[in-house]
Design a protein around this ligand. Structure first.
Ligand code: ADP
Length: 447
């Protein structure tokens, strides 16, 4: 097992990784920008190295600074968390070239899944159902119009290098196509430095359902069930639950087995998530995330499996140690992402936390680096906490979530807690009756 792990991230996920390491007897190294000197994970880690100024490109995305910090402190492995360098194949390769272990899949798998066109081709070849769409990138307006006609409107134009819902545009007919194609390319170029786009059938009322998998270096693969992440705003997840209210045990087993067999065919290792859209009983692959997901705690709640611990064990060469039939699913888990944002306009609201009280009790987990007096820096993502509840039934989980939200106090900055408070009272949500567009309508209705 590793003796020392460097955590190449910040915020709640850096703390989450530190906690797993501590419980495994592994020493931790925090790296941080000058804006994060007072962060909780920096305080708790065994060692901390400042790697640069606030701007992420100069600190959390600064490969050389992170590798130097790892070398100086003698770390054996680097955990990248999510975001930042977690899906950067070059970084994973550099970590290996420096004689350390990247806690994640191989650089080749990261590269394959990082380009959405090659990812879709690989998924299809591995037996996963995909959304009907263009074969490759759409480089001319003529191609865009031809494909629009062939796929059938409405279509969605998506960035090959996409992430975080950026560079996505809907075209409802040929007239809209010209503008949508240009805008998607420009947005993709600005966000990812790569303007390549492709096209998919735009599904009208799907749910977003993703399968969590774990694979070791010796060919064993298990799935840990699904997460329903349909509640989104601007293609960003807001609240997630596991299991999905839309699936029964047979459907779960079927899609889980399909996912495992695809992962085995791909020779993938470590944790990963296969994302699908689900409509009229059919699954359609959209992408694979080759890293830990923000919403991983709901899977941990229903399976009792510590995903970060598993990632570290697998990276250290340990076998999975259990088979699919030994994975047990229990109860219902729900996660609310709490952002420092105006709950009406969603404008980020960084600042000082004047008062803080986190909820607790049976089945309640809060993953957050917040404390009273902490100053949320303005340079990073606005998610400041995740509230996760677990209950024996969905009803119990909902009652518990309402109770926990009611206890949560975050003073000094605006947060999205009021949005979650309203959401958990809504009858559609309570009935599990929602698709990926539902939350946008809910937000409009409540503004
Ligand atoms: P990103 O990597 O930018 O997050 P994804 O491919 O994962 O992009 O898609 C993000 C979200 O966009 C999905 O969860 C879904 O809400 C929506 N979406 C993606 N593809 C389609 C599609 N073909 N039809 C309708 N909605 C889609």
């Amino acid at each position: 097992m590793f003796e020392k792990v460097l955590i190449a991230n910040r915020g709640e996920i850096a703390l989450r990784i530190h906690r797993a390491c501590r419980e495994m007897g592994i020493r931790t190294v925090a790296v941080h920008s000058t804006a994060d000197t007072d962060a909780m994970h920096v305080r708790l880690a065994d060692e901390a190295v400042c790697i640069g100024p606030p701007q992420a490109r100069d600190s959390y995305l600064n490969k050389a600074a992170i590798l130097s910090a790892a070398t100086i402190t003698g770390a054996d492995a680097i955990h990248p968390g999510y975001g930042f360098l977690s899906e950067n194949a070059d970084f994973a390769q550099m970590v290996e070239e420096h004689g350390m272990v990247f806690i994640g899949p191989s650089p080749d798998h990261i590269r394959l899944m990082g380009d959405k066109i090659t990812a879709k081709q690989a998924a299809k070849a591995a037996g996963l159902p995909v959304v009907p769409g263009s074969e490759g990138s759409i480089d001319t307006i003529e191609q865009a119009l031809e494909n629009g006609e062939a796929i059938g409107y409405p279509v969605l134009i998506k960035a090959t290098a996409g992430g975080g819902g950026k560079g996505m545009k809907v075209a409802r007919n040929a007239e809209e196509m010209v503008e949508a194609w240009k805008m998607a390319r420009n947005e993709a170029k600005a966000a990812f430095g790569n303007g390549d786009v492709y096209m998919e059938k735009y599904l009208g009322r799907p749910r977003h359902i993703e399968i969590q998998i774990l694979a070791d270096n010796y060919g064993s693969v298990v799935h840990l069930g699904e997460r329903d992440c349909s509640l989104q705003r601007k293609h960003q997840k807001v609240l997630e639950e596991a299991p999905s209210p839309a699936l029964n045990a047979d459907q779960r087993e079927k899609i889980g087995n399909t996912a495992c067999s695809a992962i085995a065919k791909l020779g993938y290792r470590n944790a990963g998530t296969i994302e699908f859209l689900y409509e009229n009983g059919e699954f359609y692959f959209i992408e694979m995330n080759t890293r830990l997901q923000v919403e991983h705690p709901i899977t941990e709640a229903i399976t009792g499996i510590d995903l970060v611990r598993e990632q570290i064990r697998i990276a250290a060469g340990a076998p999975l140690g259990y088979t699919q039939s030994e994975v047990r699913f229990a109860g219902q888990a729900i996660e609310c992402r709490i952002n420092a944002e105006d709950p009406q306009t969603f404008v980020p609201c960084p600042g000082r936390i004047e008062g803080y009280h986190a909820p607790g009790g049976l089945g309640v987990r809060v993953d957050s680096g917040l404390y009273s007096g902490y100053r949320i820096p303005p340079h990073y993502d606005s998610m400041i906490a995740k509230l996760i509840v677990h209950g024996n039934s969905r009803n119990e989980a909902l009652m518990r979530l309402r109770r926990a939200l009611g206890e949560y106090v975050i003073e000094g900055v605006k947060t999205t807690l009021p949005l979650h408070n309203r959401l958990v009272q809504d009858s559609d949500f309570v009935n599990g009756d929602y698709d990926i567009h539902w939350l946008e309508r809910f937000v409009e209705r409540n503004n």
